[in-house]
Design a protein around this ligand. Structure first.
Ligand SMILES: *Cc1c(COP(=O)(O)O)cnc(C)c1O
Length: 361
């Protein structure tokens, strides 16, 4: 079969397996899942695989991705992870639930919800140390009070997000704090918070070590479902597929060359003055893929060819131990950053591979 390159091969059945195994695993702890679709830009077949696997919501940080999924006919509860004031009208129109931390934004959402004759549901995010989004715990009661006064907003839950900006690990301490806050808020306002969303793929270790998840009954998972790992140590989760996405690129030059550039050294394509180690004459391959498509640290060559460097459109490999020929395919495993970049590059074809059945979009 003559396949397009570069391409990202996507094993939908493996993604569905991962979603199913994680749904079952977390269900034992009383935790439901939101499948986070932003890394795959809301690609409908991938999202469908997550839903078939048992996730109860689909969450994305970009409203455009949610609109794309809805237009593709995906039917589920859509959660917007990042809410911008200027998009309030679309947020109300296209998402069922949005995550929020600013009262000005909530007022706008309420306004548009009224205009659209809807009640918009929100999860209020609480700051627990990672210092990305979140209302400070000391400000939470007042924030909830103001939010409850908005006529077309319903507070359905609270949540937090760790291990993203500050690299703060979810542990029993911060998770208990979230549970405590739920109790305080429910008591003070005589409301029932249905969704307590304790975090993301970094919450795996905490969830496995705890006997009791407290009030936490939801997690938002992207990386665990796609790449089969947790994100505190980036260890594989037992039983999950870790190679559901493969990046395949084409060899366009294969030659023996010196490992040391010759001539006068100046800046490279990105303004750096490069340094090189002399390893003598080596067999090298160039693949038709570059920094416009991917970051080098995201690539893990499956045959262990060493990535030497790259410019916008060329990646140089040391292929001394591999007999790569012009036209050959080179296969890479991707980390999350690589997945994000490859899915976003318009030059990388998305190809679904499923039990001998290939489909290209
Ligand atoms: C991206 C994101 C997630 C998913 O994170 P993973 O590490 O991929 O599981 C969860 N919550 C929020 C708010 C996010 O922005």
């Amino acid at each position: 079969m003559n396949s397009f390159m570069p391409r990202i091969e996507i094993a939908l059945s493996q993604i569905q397996d991962n979603a199913r195994m994680l749904s079952e695993l977390y269900e034992q702890k009383g935790i439901s899942l939101m499948g986070v679709s932003k890394a795959v830009l809301g690609e409908p077949s991938i999202v469908e695989a997550m839903i078939q696997g048992g996730v109860q919501y689909i969450a994305d940080s970009r409203i455009e991705n949610i609109i794309k999924m809805k237009n593709a006919g995906i039917s589920t509860q859509f959660v917007l992870l990042r809410t911008a004031l200027s998009q309030a009208e679309f947020v109300v129109k296209h998402s069922d639930i949005s995550l929020n931390t600013e009262i000005e934004t909530l007022k706008k959402l309420s306004c548009y919800a009224k205009a659209q004759k809807k009640i918009h549901q929100v999860i209020v995010m609480v700051e627990l140390g990672d210092l990305r989004e979140g209302v400070l715990p000391c400000d939470l009661p007042q924030f909830i009070r103001e939010t409850l006064s908005l006529s077309h907003i319903k507070v359905v839950g609270i949540g937090c997000n760790l291990a993203c900006y500050g690299g703060i690990k979810p542990d029993s301490e911060n998770m208990n704090e979230l549970s405590e806050l739920v109790n305080v808020i429910e008591k003070e306002f005589q409301i029932n918070l249905e969704i307590i969303s304790g975090g993301n793929s970094a919450n795996y270790g905490w969830s496995q070590s705890t006997q009791n998840a407290g009030r936490i009954n939801n997690l938002r998972l992207g990386e665990s479902i796609f790449l089969g790992c947790e994100t505190v140590n980036r260890k594989a989760i037992p039983g999950l597929h870790t190679r559901a996405f493969q990046l395949v690129a084409e060899v366009i030059e294969s030659k023996k060359k010196p490992s040391l550039p010759y001539g006068e050294i100046c800046q490279d394509a990105f303004g750096n003055v490069p340094g090189f180690q002399d390893r003598g004459i080596r067999q090298r391959a160039i693949i038709a893929l570059g920094r416009q498509d991917i970051h080098l640290s995201s690539l893990e060559s499956n045959d262990k060819s060493e990535v030497l460097g790259a410019s916008s459109d060329h990646i140089i490999l040391d292929s001394e131990n591999h007999n790569l020929q012009v036209g050959d395919e080179v296969r890479f495993n991707l980390n999350y950053r690589g997945l994000l970049a490859a899915m976003t590059s318009p030059f990388v074809r998305k190809q679904f591979v499923n039990c001998n059945h290939h489909a290209v979009v």
